[in-house]
Ligand binder design. Structure first.
Ligand code: AMP
Ligand code: ZN
Length: 471
């Protein structure tokens, strides 16, 4: 079976075929964070989704080149920088570092490239030059440069590929300076924003005067530089489809050689929002949690990752604390079963058991259906637990199960819980209890068991010997 993905561009589920004639290399771009504050876990739902796509492609044998930009200049950043009285770089680097730490805590693989907008001004200017040369961009009286939707359409391009836009709703010729706007107000958008007094010292020289880039041009320029004029996958949260991604298409396809037009991106994937009580989790609504808020409440990165990965990426998903408790319980079930399989397998090595891998692959091949993937995992856990309790699983079978789990976990990325290591004094009590049992002093052995229990540790007698478990 082949991997199939829902492509926002065609609104259908399509088989994934990379551009690489050898069928191996895959270019993937995901719009990254705007580094003006801590990202919230709604943002991280999208970044974990990108991590899932990348990990699954790697599991399927593709060599992925994963690019995620860092938006380190925009209206919000400039306002914050002025309020904080620090330099743009000082301000944005601090937030970028926090973002990368959070990605690590959530078990996301680091993108191969994390280009910063402020370090790619030249490729942006180059793209704007091309657009002007193709008659698709113009400078307005205030010095800003705008993309002309009218000219774009006049040259046979289509504006409104990702979302349907009625041509009569287009306010072509009217200009929008802001980077965010609704479909209903679609009009010429800013590629280069002329320097305004409130920008302070945040500006760059350009052939059109001092100013700074619009948001959309950043992604067109950086993806082109790192992945080429055309590449395989472009991801982001569903709110980015319009205008951000639509404008990226217009800029990137508009800048190509008109004699050799190509499709900018082959597959557009959009992740659904994380909701709170039915509403999008958003900074502006104040209904958000950062990763650090949740860690401070005692939740781990893997519990949060699990929760954010539980639903299908195209399903809106409601964040609740009950959900997090559920994640904790689900992970405990996995950990317990994997721990028992480890004990049983001892140091056996084995080929991965294909049953779990096949079922999981079938689920994820169907447009990355992670919820079906988890269902396959839990069904497998149930079977393993039954066989463990019947003591009908051989060490080689246990090792084959573990090897399969390791393959699956290369996609899920939840790892195993760090062994809850008992401190030395507790280990010493356990050793004493073992000695007492050996001497058939069961009264003393029981007393030691109770002493351990009072200190929060349970003894579990397993075929591989006694083990300590947190109460
Ligand atoms: P931003 O830093 O605001 O540009 O957002 C970074 C990413 O997070 C974008 O891909 C957004 O689409 C995504 N995003 C924002 N809010 C949510 C949400 N509530 N659920 C899922 N993704 C979101
Ligand atoms: Zn982008």
């Amino acid at each position: 079976m082949a991997l199939k993905l829902f492509n926002t561009l065609t609104r259908t589920i399509e088989e994934f075929v990379p551009l690489d004639p050898a069928g191996r290399a895959v270019g993937m771009y995901c719009c990254g964070p705007t580094v003006y504050d801590l990202a919230h876990i709604g943002n991280f739902r999208t970044f974990i989704f990108a991590d899932l796509v990348r990990r699954y492609l790697e599991f399927r044998g593709y060599a992925v080149r994963h690019v995620m930009n860092v938006t380190d200049v925009d209206d919000k950043i400039i306002a914050r920088v002025r309020a904080a009285g620090v330099s743009l770089a000082e301000f944005t680097r601090r937030h970028e570092a926090a973002f990368l730490e959070d990605l690590d805590v959530l078990g996301c693989r680091r993108p191969h490239h994390l280009p910063r907008a402020t370090e790619h001004i030249e490729p942006m200017l180059d793209l704007i030059r091309r657009l002007i040369a193709h008659g698709l961009a113009y400078q307005s009286a205030d010095g800003s440069v705008y993309f002309s939707i009218q000219q774009y359409i006049a040259r046979g391009h289509r504006y409104g590929q990702l979302v349907r836009i009625r041509l009569e709703d287009l306010r072509a010729g009217e200009r929008i300076r802001s980077d965010e706007y609704a479909k209903e107000t679609a009009a010429d958008f800013a590629l280069w924003k002329s320097r305004a007094p409130e920008d302070g010292d945040v500006f760059w020289p350009s052939p059109w005067g001092e100013g700074r880039p619009g948001w959309h041009i950043e992604c067109s320029a950086m993806s082109r530089q790192l992945l080429g004029e055309t590449f395989d996958l472009h991801l982001g949260g569903e709110d980015l489809a319009f205008p951000h991604h639509e404008d990226e298409i217009a800029q990137s396809e508009g800048a190509m050689d008109p004699a050799a037009p190509r499709r900018f991106v082959q597959y557009w994937l959009h992740g659904a929002h994380l909701l709170v009580e039915g509403q999008k989790m958003a900074k502006s609504l104040g209904n958000f949690f950062t990763l650090r808020d949740l860690v401070a409440r005692g939740y781990s990165g893997r519990e949060i990752r699990y929760l954010l990965l539980a639903a299908h990426y195209r399903e809106p998903f409601n964040f609740t604390f009950e959900g997090l408790q559920g994640a904790r319980a689900a992970l405990a079930r996995i950990d317990e079963c994997i721990g028992k399989l480890r004990d049983r397998a001892a140091s056996q090595n084995a080929e991965p058991d294909p049953a779990l891998i096949d079922e999981f692959t079938r689920a994820l091949d169907g447009d990355l259906n992670a919820s079906a993937g988890w269902a396959a995992v839990f069904e497998w856990i149930r079977r393993q637990n039954r066989r463990l309790s019947e003591e009908s699983i051989s060490p080689v079978e246990a090792a084959a199960g573990l090897a399969a789990w390791d393959r699956i976990d290369s996609v899920l990325g939840i790892g195993a819980r760090a062994a809850a290591e008992a401190p030395p004094e507790i280990q010493a009590l356990l050793a004493e209890r073992q000695a007492a049992r050996k001497n058939r002093d069961f009264t003393r052995a029981d007393a030691l068991r109770t002493a351990l229990k009072d200190q929060g540790w349970l003894i579990e007698d397993t075929p591989a010997g006694p083990k300590l478990k947190r109460k």
